[in-house]
Design a protein around this ligand. Structure first.
Ligand SMILES: [Zn+2]
Length: 218
């Protein structure tokens, strides 16, 4: 069992590294394929050993191998967090939901990072990611729709109306609709409540009431 945990941790750290890279490249407006990973400060192309999740950061002692500029800790924290979450997922979640919950964590973290960096979300990340998860949870989606069809439709109409009146972001609207379908009506209300609480805490810590902030603080 310890080998499975180890492999899941490695998989989690690799996916954490990948989504950190995707979100950062989205912020810079460059392709996720080209150019190869490089140092922000000296633009040197990174070697393979420097890209190993967590270990690359430790081997370089938190500084660029070439120019000695400090490497931000954020990417390593995300790699570690996704690795640990994958292990907890395996312990807590039943096997049938393991792939779904793991993909959900990766998808929401990527959306959060893109939103945090740019206050926008790439439509490919949001829509294609959501559609893949809908396929994984097809039966649950049908059950959720059958159980709360009218109230979900009513909420979707309210969300779209708010979006058309520019009171609510398009990405937030689409994400909540996906959440209704994937997690069900009541779980989505809990998610929205938690997001609002975390958003308020974030406002209070930053004490910056003028700037825009991402809605979902996952
Ligand atoms: Zn450098």
């Amino acid at each position: 069992m310890i080998y499975i945990f180890f492999l899941l941790f490695i998989l989690g750290t690799c996916l954490g590294s990948f989504i950190s890279c995707v979100a950062y490249r989205y912020k810079l407006g460059i392709s996720i394929i080209y150019p190869r990973s490089f140092c922000d400060n000296c633009s040197q192309t990174l070697q393979h050993w420097q890209l190993i999740p967590i270990i690359g950061f430790i081997l370089q002692k938190g500084k660029c191998h070439f120019c000695k500029q400090k490497i931000p800790l954020s990417s390593t924290v995300i790699e570690l967090a996704i690795g640990v979450i994958f292990i907890f997922n395996t312990i807590i979640i039943a096997n049938t939901n393991l792939i779904f919950t793991s993909l959900l964590v990766v998808w929401l973290t990527l959306i959060s990072l893109e939103d945090y960096y740019t206050l926008s979300v790439d439509s490919i990340t949001l829509e294609y990611g959501g559609l893949i998860l809908l396929i994984f949870r097809f039966h649950t989606v049908i059950t959720n729709l059958k159980a709360n069809f009218l109230i979900i439709i009513l909420f979707i109409i309210i969300l779209i109306s708010c979006n058309l009146l520019n009171k609510f972001g398009t990405a937030d609207t689409i994400l909540i609709v996906f959440s209704f379908l994937l997690l069900g009506f009541y779980n989505t209300l809990v998610v929205i409540l938690l997001s609002c609480i975390l958003g308020i805490i974030s406002y209070l810590i930053k004490r910056d009431f003028s700037a825009s902030h991402p809605l979902f603080h996952i």
